[in-house]
Design a protein around this ligand. Structure first.
Ligand code: F6P
Length: 568
């Protein structure tokens, strides 16, 4: 594959200087959204603004969108050269400028034998990706069919993934989403927090003889993960010793680790230093960002618990969306359109948050996953050349599965003073079809999804409220303004492929917003300062006077409170 140079893009384009931005500002100045009137005037609105993205049926019609607005947004994508940068990403240009790295998560899901092959910075990327995938397949099968055994010869019944951030959120989200595919009798658990409660609770009922730990860390330096890995190793040794299964021989502990620990990392030397045999380690590369890594070897736990075929199908879903972005005209390019709509809401209509509301209990970790993807990517104040941003950037993403959210925070979305664009995600066919007295419960569930998007779009006028007999001050209280924008994402079923498509959709929405804003969506310097300070403060909590003296007054007070109340 030939590289498209982005050297002429080293300075980001200031979106506010484009003709499209001026046009959008004009449109905003006289913008009077009226979804009722727009739907009434245009019987084709729902179909015209519904797009297909692989298995996903994406209805954009209840957004605050008109044809002239759409044209201006598409022009903005053209003027800020969104697709040029996307193509540059695909071929391995170093678009992660602050770390001087390629950004190639899209390479992780290229089908075997894709032409032309992808060689980046001298690395045969396709070859290396396929090689690791083959090792993942083989290892997962060995665990699943019982060839891989624990130290005492027992089969693995539980896999515990130890990782945090991108080395946790993706795997746990996918595992929960694809639970119906976990049929091999292997349960996965996920330990992330350095709060010792996390490991203690997740291992409390496990048998060390049948537990396999996957230590997942891109850098293999992350404090939480390495601490938890050491705690897990101690737990394993103690548990095996209790059962008389850990001999006294010098190599007994190492042998236990060899049977019960594998690792996923880009730093295989550090894996070896921890004591995990490099033959039990699965690599990936610095061009995979942590929050984009669920489809790398970081998905090992998924391949074991759900099966290699499910993992491959997930990857194929990602790839379908990568292809869609590369080959679909901007007007029909779903991730581009959704990213542009977010720009419209954030930069012109003042939205500061974006709700993602899955009508699928299996997606209950999806909003948490998206928070890292979107907010670690686009929470930036400088552009990729170091200059300050010219506009507002990343909005807060949040959400909960419907219908739980309806009974918690929807009130504010319906009648509050904030504009909160919301994505609703639903599936036609449930994983667990159940009836309640002849009523298909999934139909009731879907009726809620449809009702909410309808209420948000069209509201309820005071005349309609009065027509029901309501009078006086209750009328405004029971009136719904409507014109609250939503996107409905509907798919036949929550299959591995559909899930891959969904995740890739949001990866590329995030990308589009980042390019328009001119920011590097692939670094995360903002998490470094706190990590460094934690290491400086930790000795103060242990009573180190010098470390305490170096702290600010508030931190000193809080440490003093801790020391005064600690039960030794
Ligand atoms: O703290 C942020 C971060 O660097 C994330 O970007 C990353 O996903 C997470 O930490 C975990 O990092 P690692 O996989 O290297 O342990």
């Amino acid at each position: 594959m030939e590289a498209t140079s982005v050297t002429d893009m080293s300075a980001p384009i200031d979106p506010t200087t484009t003709a499209a931005w001026a046009r959008l500002a004009d449109l905003e100045a006289s913008f009077a959204p009226d979804l009722r009137a727009w739907f009434a005037a245009d019987p084709t609105r729902a179909t015209r603004y519904t797009k297909q993205l692989a298995d996903l049926h994406v209805d954009l019609s209840k957004n605050l969108l008109t044809d002239e607005l759409l044209a201006a947004l598409v022009a903005l994508a053209e003027e800020t050269r969104v697709l040029d940068r996307y193509r540059a990403m695909l071929v391995g240009e170093h678009i992660n400028t602050t770390e001087d790295r390629a950004v190639l998560h899209t390479a992780l899901r290229r089908p075997a034998g894709a032409e032309p092959g992808l060689v980046v910075d001298g690395q045969d990327v396709d070859h290396d990706v396929q090689e690791v995938l083959a090792r993942i397949d083989a290892f997962a099968e060995r665990v699943r069919d019982g060839q891989w055994r624990g130290l005492t010869g027992k089969r693995v019944t539980h896999v515990v993934n130890i990782g945090i951030g991108g080395s946790d959120l993706g795997p746990v989200m996918v595992y929960e989403a694809l639970q119906p595919y976990a049929t091999a009798g292997i349960e996965a658990r996920f330990v992330s927090n350095i709060d010792p409660t996390d490991l203690a609770q997740k291992t409390a009922d496990l048998d060390p003889e049948t537990t396999l730990f996957v230590v997942a860390s891109k850098t293999f330096t992350t404090l939480e993960t390495l601490t938890n890995a050491r705690l897990a190793r101690d737990w394993l040794w103690a548990g095996l010793a209790e059962r008389g299964a850990l001999g006294d021989a010098d190599g007994a502990r190492a042998e236990a680790v060899a049977h019960h620990f594998v690792a996923v990392s880009t730093a295989l030397d550090k894996v070896a230093a921890f004591g995990i045999d490099p033959t039990n380690a699965f690599g990936f590369w610095d061009w995979v960002g942590g929050r984009y890594s669920v489809d790398s070897a970081i998905g090992l736990t998924l391949a074991i618990a759900l099966g290699p075929d499910v993992f491959r199908e997930l990857l194929s879903g990602f790839h379908a969306v990568d292809d869609h972005v590369a080959t679909t005209p901007l007007e029909d390019n779903v991730p581009v359109l959704m990213g542009l709509l977010n720009i419209w809401y954030v930069n012109f209509l003042g939205a500061q948050t974006h709700a993602v509301l899955p009508y699928a209990q299996q997606l209950h970790r999806f909003p948490a996953y998206l928070q890292q993807l979107t907010m670690e990517s686009n929470g930036k104040s400088v552009r990729w050349d170091g200059s300050p941003v010219a506009t507002g950037t990343g909005e807060v993403f949040w959400g909960e599965p419907g219908t739980n959210g309806q009974h918690a925070f929807y009130q504010l979305i319906h009648q509050g003073t904030l504009l909160i664009p919301a994505d609703f995600i639903a599936f036609v066919n449930p994983a667990y079809p159940l009836e309640d007295g002849g009523q298909d419960v999934h139909e009731l569930f879907l009726a809620n999804f449809l009702a909410q998007t309808k209420a948000l779009a069209f509201g309820k006028t005071s005349a309609e409220v009065e027509a029901e007999g309501t009078t006086g001050a209750l009328v405004p209280a029971r009136t719904f303004a409507g014109n609250r924008p939503t996107t409905s994402i509907f798919a036949p079923a929550l299959t591995p492929a559909a899930l891959g498509q969904l995740v890739a959709l949001y990866e590329h929405i995030t990308f589009v917003q980042g390019v328009v804003w001119g920011i590097n969506s692939f670094d995360q310097w903002g998490v470094e300062l706190g990590k460094k300070l934690a290491l400086e403060i930790a000795p103060a909590l242990g009573g180190d006077e010098a470390a305490l003296a170096g702290q600010d007054a508030s931190t000193r007070e809080l440490v003093a409170y801790y020391l005064a109340h600690r039960e030794d």
